[in-house]
Design a protein around this ligand. Structure first.
Ligand code: SD4
Length: 337
């Protein structure tokens, strides 16, 4: 395909995708008297999510959609020099940061993702463009990079910073590839927004496990694993060892738990307990979840003690601790009664 026919293909397919999505719209099953005045609410993983939440809130206040807010918030983390998000993220075993990201919009139940993408400054925007401009959900590797370039996204191939790689290598040299999978060498920004009308959007962005085998893809770009949004019920997202999330479609499970009536914190905790009952690792999973329901109630839980998550509303913006399942109970959880 030459460049112009490729462009035509993308244009044609984006029209097809837009047309298809018009027919899929979800209607809410929540009665209006269940809606509280919590909204808008923005929740994200880790303390570095707080400035991202605040930018997301500003985006809403400036008239942007929940989806715009998610994208802007995550872009901030991607360009903040974070060691596990964006091109400043830790490299894989070949010295290259390979990035994963996804985005999901509640209205229309649409999603886009990129995995194993190299040299693209804002993978979250690439994921959004996959959702909006193609009939596909996921693009990987060189194809994802090619598509990003076609869409005019900023690239930077100097991210393979030799010094950074060497210093990282020095720290890692006593570890085998398997040993490197631990809770100290990875973090993901997962950010979820519910706007004042109750529409929900979410996204994830990460460089994944540092020192991963090139081509390894984690849970973050996998819809239902690292993130799931259901505009009728709520949304959930993950951070931690992707291998222990993606084998259980865990974010989907958290949302389904909320559908059954569980609060967000309980929904996260029960999903983890369910995995731990089956998994040979037991509670030693290295996984954490955030969740929000249609009413704007939020919560978090993880196998990590003191898992920090960030929460922002028009009244406050702060870092809280998720409910810890494998450590002594502390004052944790969300805002549910
Ligand atoms: C992954 N879940 O690639 C990501 C990494 C992460 O906290 O979230 N770390 O497995």
């Amino acid at each position: 395909m030459n460049n112009s026919s490729r462009r035509n293909f993308l244009l044609h397919t984006s029209i097809a995708a837009a047309t298809t999505s018009l027919g899929i719209g979800c209607s809410t099953t929540y009665r209006t008297n269940q809606i509280t005045n919590h909204r808008p609410v923005i929740i994200s993983t880790w303390s570095f999510g707080k400035p991202a939440n605040e930018l997301a809130l500003q985006t809403l206040q400036d008239g942007g959609s929940a989806l715009d807010a998610v994208e802007q918030g995550i872009r901030l983390v991607e360009s903040s020099g974070n060691s596990s998000v964006g091109l400043s993220g830790n490299p894989n075993a070949a010295g290259v940061p390979q990035l994963d990201a996804c985005i999901m919009n509640g209205p229309g139940h649409r999603a886009g993702s990129v995995a194993g993408i190299e040299g693209v400054v804002h993978p979250i925007t690439a994921a959004r463009l996959v959702m909006e401009k193609t009939p596909h959900v996921m693009l990987v590797g060189r194809g994802a990079r090619w598509f990003s370039e076609q869409q005019g996204l900023k690239t930077n191939d100097n991210a393979e910073d030799k010094k950074r790689y060497e210093s990282w290598l020095k720290k890692q040299k006593q570890n085998s590839l398997n040993k490197e999978i631990n809770s100290d060498n990875h973090d993901t920004v997962t950010l979820i927004v519910i706007d004042k009308n109750g529409d929900i959007a979410g996204g994830c962005s990460t460089s994944g496990l540092s020192g991963k085998i090139p081509g390894r893809v984690g849970d973050s770009p996998i819809i239902g694993s690292g993130l799931y949004v259901d505009n009728e019920v709520g949304a959930a997202g993950a951070t931690g060892l992707g291998e222990n999330v993606m084998r259980y479609c865990a974010s989907y499970q958290v949302v389904e738990n909320m559908r059954q009536g569980m609060s967000p914190t309980k929904a996260c905790a029960e999903a983890i307990k369910r995995i731990a009952r089956i998994d040979p690792l037991g509670m030693n999973l290295g996984i954490n979840f955030i969740a929000i329901n249609k009413r704007g109630e939020f919560g978090a839980a993880g196998t990590q003690a003191n898992f920090p998550y960030s929460i922002t509303t028009k009244d406050f913006s702060e870092v809280r601790k998720g409910k810890a399942l494998s450590a002594a109970y502390q004052k944790e959880g969300g805002n549910e009664k």
